[in-house]
Design a protein around this ligand. Structure first.
Ligand SMILES: Cc1cc2nc3c(=O)[nH]c(=O)nc-3n(C[C@H](O)[C@H](O)[C@H](O)COP(=O)(O)OP(=O)(O)OC[C@H]3O[C@@H](n4cnc5c(N)ncnc54)[C@H](O)[C@@H]3O)c2cc1C
Length: 329
């Protein structure tokens, strides 16, 4: 690990003064479950680490008639245990899927959303885009993207909770670069697919911090997350989907369907959403939505199997959101 200076500010204005203008000058430390490993392996080597744990305003979950506001330093356990979040089933199901007491107790919401990809080319020092995608295209790509992979980014976005938050129409608050700067952004537009090594997987600048997440009031929306996992341990899913549905009687009036671990960002499928509008949730309609979700998939040499898993994830997330049996396990 490269030597670095450590700062533990107490107020947002101090946080912003400590953040650098370019990546490499500083990194934010939340629970540390991802950042510490990245620093030990010298994948990131900041001059300064800015710890957010002493900023009181970044903790806590507040609910009112408009929805729920969550501080970025709230732990995943805080979210899973919160009565305010119980109606947002897609979120709590995704957190429980992490299946690790340690990660849920230590990992924070901000860290979960900003964690870096698990791509083994990136983690082994070949850069986020692994030689403009060449290493992934020619190498072992069994866990890589099947959608949104036409550019150099071929990793899958690692966050488990992000697809649920996109489906539910959450917003994030970003602070910085100066104390006067505040950006409220639909979380859907917070994530992006980087085109070159100067970009990361989110819109966050090195001089900004993600401070809060806002969920709109549930207001009759039913949601669910379904993941296809290799096993029961703390490991990332092979494919996942989150669905948020608003009904008009038995018919779907609004649908937001988001695939996880399928693309370099949480992947909203307009085609799957269109396939559900005006129809009831039945085994036949969800099958059509699942097929629509993966119709444009472009699997790599070793991950064609993920197309089927993504399709099934969409089907089962829809069935679960409607309170129906998935037929799976
Ligand atoms: C062994 C292992 C297994 C794992 N398995 C899973 C799994 O199965 N499923 C899963 O979903 N996750 C898994 N994870 C990832 C884990 O969920 C995340 O590492 C955790 O949620 C990150 O939270 P943290 O607070 O520890 O983040 P940190 O490690 O502190 O930070 C992670 C990244 O986010 C940035 N960051 C953190 N907070 C902010 C903020 N507020 N604003 C801006 N940037 C910020 C940091 O700079 C850093 O780049 C695993 C991690 C490990 C180490």
């Amino acid at each position: 690990m490269k030597a670095f200076s450590f700062a533990a500010p107490r107020f947002e204005s101090e946080v912003l003064e400590l953040l650098g203008e370019t990546w490499g000058q500083s990194e934010i430390l939340a629970g540390g479950t991802d950042l510490v490993g990245l620093m030990r392996q010298m994948i990131v080597a900041p001059e300064r680490v800015v710890y957010l744990g002493n900023v009181a305003e970044y903790r806590g979950i507040e609910a009112d008639s408009a929805g729920v506001r969550i501080g970025a330093m709230s732990t995943l356990d805080d979210l899973a245990d919160s009565a305010a979040l119980a109606p947002y089933a897609a979120v709590t199901q995704a957190i429980r899927g992490i299946n690790s007491m340690q990660l849920q107790a230590q990992g924070t919401l901000g860290g979960e959303l900003c964690q870096r990809p698990r791509c083994w080319f990136f983690r082994n020092g070949h850069g986020l885009l692994a030689d403009r995608g060449r290493l992934v295209a020619e190498g072992d790509n069994r866990y890589h993207a099947i959608l949104g992979n036409d550019g150099p980014a071929k990793f899958v976005h690692p966050s488990r909770v992000a697809p649920a938050l996109v489906a539910l129409g959450a917003q994030v608050r970003l602070a910085g670069p100066t104390a006067e700067d505040e950006t409220i952004l639909p979380i859907e537009y917070f994530f992006r697919i980087p085109r070159d090594e100067s970009e990361r997987e989110t819109m966050l600048l090195p001089s900004q911090v993600l401070t809060h997440l806002m969920l709109p009031a549930v207001d009759g929306v039913a949601s669910a997350t379904y993941e296809v996992r290799q096993g029961a341990g703390p490991d990332y899913p092979l494919a996942a989907a989150a669905a948020a549905l608003r009904f008009d009687g038995p018919y779907v009036r609004e649908a937001r369907i988001v695939l996880g671990h399928a693309a370099p960002m949480p992947w909203r499928s307009a085609a799957a959403e269109r396939a559900m509008i005006g129809l009831p949730v039945t085994p036949e309609t969800v099958k059509a939505a699942g097929e629509a979700a993966v119709a444009a998939a472009t699997p790599l040499a070793s991950n064609r199997y993920k197309v089927q898993l993504a399709r099934v994830s969409v089907e089962r997330a829809l069935l679960m959101a409607a309170g129906l049996e998935t037929g799976g396990f």
